[in-house]
Design a protein around this ligand. Structure first.
Ligand code: COA
Length: 162
């Protein structure tokens, strides 16, 4: 069976934790579309085009992965792509409350909507995009937080050497 999974997110920027989820999903799904949301609840550091470019670089060696942006509702984008399975990462119990809200809302809007949650390796459970940005802005080492390809982009935003 060929199943497309849509992995939606803000990815501001993609972290090593996101990448771990994408790699794991490659073992399960025939195609993974990483869908970068235009509208974000928090102001984004990177533009939509930058977030897509960074993700493309970080996933260039994964043949099952495509990266696209979307505007508007996730469910409308999924319908357009004829996909009904979304993929999200769960790092800790604290993610669960937000995730269940999104999942139920999306199912209300699109009854065929299904969601698959995957857990990253435990070494990534504390990582978030905000934390990576904070460490980078203060000149800290982000090499374990964001993929190698992403590091120059973050350095250039903050003009830091590490
Ligand atoms: N590893 C590391 N970090 C992870 C992670 C993982 N496996 N999974 C989640 N995160 C972190 C991110 O780093 C980010 O951290 P931050 O908030 O500290 O920056 C946070 O969790 C969430 O980011 P992300 O994974 O990019 O997803 P999101 O929660 O921003 O995505 C959308 C939300 C895009 C799915 C949702 O807003 C959406 O669907 N928007 C479209 C509009 C719509 O349909 N709205 C109705 C929704 S019901």
């Amino acid at each position: 069976m060929k199943t497309i999974a849509i992995y939606p997110g803000t990815f501001d920027p993609v972290t090593t934790g996101h990448l771990d989820i994408i790699r794991r999903a490659c073992e399960i799904f025939s195609r993974i579309i990483v869908a970068v949301a235009d509208s974000t609840p928090k102001p984004a550091l990177f533009s939509l085009a930058e977030r897509v470019e960074i993700l493309k670089l970080a996933t260039h060696n994964l043949s099952r992965v495509e990266v696209e942006s979307f505007t508007g509702l996730l469910v409308d984008y999924m319908r357009k792509r004829q996909a009904h399975v979304a993929l999200r990462g769960l790092r800790a119990i604290s993610d669960f409350e937000y995730e269940i809200q999104i999942a139920q809302m999306n199912r209300k809007l699109y009854p065929e909507f299904e969601i698959v949650y995957m857990m990253p390796d435990e070494k990534y459970t504390y990582i978030s995009s905000s934390l990576a940005k904070e460490v980078a802005s203060l000149g800290g080492d982000v090499s374990s937080l964001i993929p190698e390809e992403v590091q120059p982009f973050l350095r250039s935003k903050f003009n830091t050497g590490k």
